[in-house]
Design a protein around this ligand. Structure first.
Ligand SMILES: C[S@@+](CC[C@H](N)C(=O)[O-])C[C@H]1O[C@@H](n2cnc3c(N)ncnc32)[C@H](O)[C@@H]1O
Length: 324
């Protein structure tokens, strides 16, 4: 039995996420939304696994043709058992180093050196803001050791406090339910496959970031963000300021667990930065009541539960809103 909500999900994905980003994913999502046969197959999966991004990435991982809907649809129907099995063991864990470009001005507000702890770290690409180069509207910033192979470009408004130097990070660690290990070929391949078909520049950037991170792999503890936070935070060195970062991660917690996570993080001797959808951190949402975002679909960057900026998809823009 197909669920009209699944068709609506694919339609929404086509119109609000894929359009303008991936013509292939837009066509596939529109095709699925109107295809009772494929919707019936997808309905065999538990609801969270029916996610368009997951089904599309798994199909590409298994060799589906990246082109028009018709041949992709036939491939999917022929290979459905394999796709279903793979979707059940995979999760979308897109890790986007460019998000460091929106985190950097917030990190710069904290006196260093920093101990950086990321919850929902995936492969840890956002744990290395000190190893990337940045370009904010032509203002360039490089790591202390010189230009990085990864350049993160970010368009800004509102005069964000762009620092003169990348932060000094003396300790870094992450927590993830399912850490990806970039020294393992399959994890690397999955991370690459999560990048949408036409996003060639992004793929190149993420490959370069994966090389940086795999040369000095981070410690990422397998566990739940809330349950593992206090124990890992206790390991941070006392002579650094602990900063807990959550980027596109709190959204994955149930509302009750979000409240528990926020209680836990605020009880630590730490600063905390969130980069999440506007409704995800209640205090950020409440403070932004009545404030119009400059464009639809932006995330809200928060520091210690108070809003700082609007941020664009995958860190491409930063609209500062808090007076300095
Ligand atoms: C979309 S990825 C974001 C990765 C990274 N923070 C970034 O911004 O690029 C979300 C990550 O959160 C992890 N995650 C989801 N629920 C979690 C939980 N309860 N505890 C820890 N990690 C979780 C997922 O496994 C995934 O790797």
């Amino acid at each position: 039995m197909t669920d009209p909500a699944t068709a609506a999900w694919y339609l929404r994905f086509a119109e609000h996420e894929a359009r303008g980003e991936s013509a292939i994913y837009e066509e596939w999502a529109l095709g699925v939304a109107a295809d009772a046969g494929i919707l019936a197959l997808i309905a065999e999966l538990p609801r969270p696994k029916q996610q368009p991004n997951l089904i599309f990435a798994v199909s590409r991982l298994l060799g589906a043709p990246e082109g028009p809907y018709g041949p992709w649809r036939d491939w999917l129907a022929d290979h459905w058992d394999a796709v279903r099995a793979e979707a059940l063991v995979r999760a979308t864990q897109t890790n986007e180093p460019r998000r460091c470009a929106v985190l950097l001005p917030a990190l710069a507000l904290v006196p260093g050196p920093l101990a950086l702890l990321e919850v929902g770290a995936s492969a840890g690409l956002c744990l290395y803001p000190d190893r990337y180069s940045y370009d904010y509207d032509g203002h360039r910033l490089d790591p202390a050791a010189g230009p990085s192979t990864v350049l993160l470009e970010c368009a800004t408004t509102g005069n964000p406090p762009i620092p003169d130097a990348v932060p000094e990070i003396t300790w870094r660690a992450g927590i993830d339910l399912n850490p990806l290990d970039l020294t393992v070929a399959d994890d690397r391949l999955w991370l690459e496959t999560l990048i949408w078909p036409e996003q060639h520049a992004r793929r190149a950037r993420i490959r370069a970031a994966m090389d940086i991170v795999s040369a000095d792999p981070p410690r990422i503890v397998r566990g739940d963000a809330t349950a593992a936070l206090r124990g890992l935070a206790a390991e941070a060195p006392a002579d650094a300021t602990l900063v807990v970062v959550a980027s596109a991660a709190i959204v994955y917690l149930t509302p009750e667990n979000r409240a528990r996570f926020i209680d836990t993080v605020t009880s630590l001797d730490a600063r905390w930065i969130s980069n999440e959808g506007v409704g995800i951190v209640p205090s950020v949402r409440d403070a932004l009541q009545g404030v119009e975002p400059p464009r639809p679909g932006l995330f809200a960057l928060g520091m210690d539960g108070r809003p700082l900026a609007w941020t664009g998809a995958h860190g491409r823009s930063l609209d500062w809103i808090r007076p300095r």
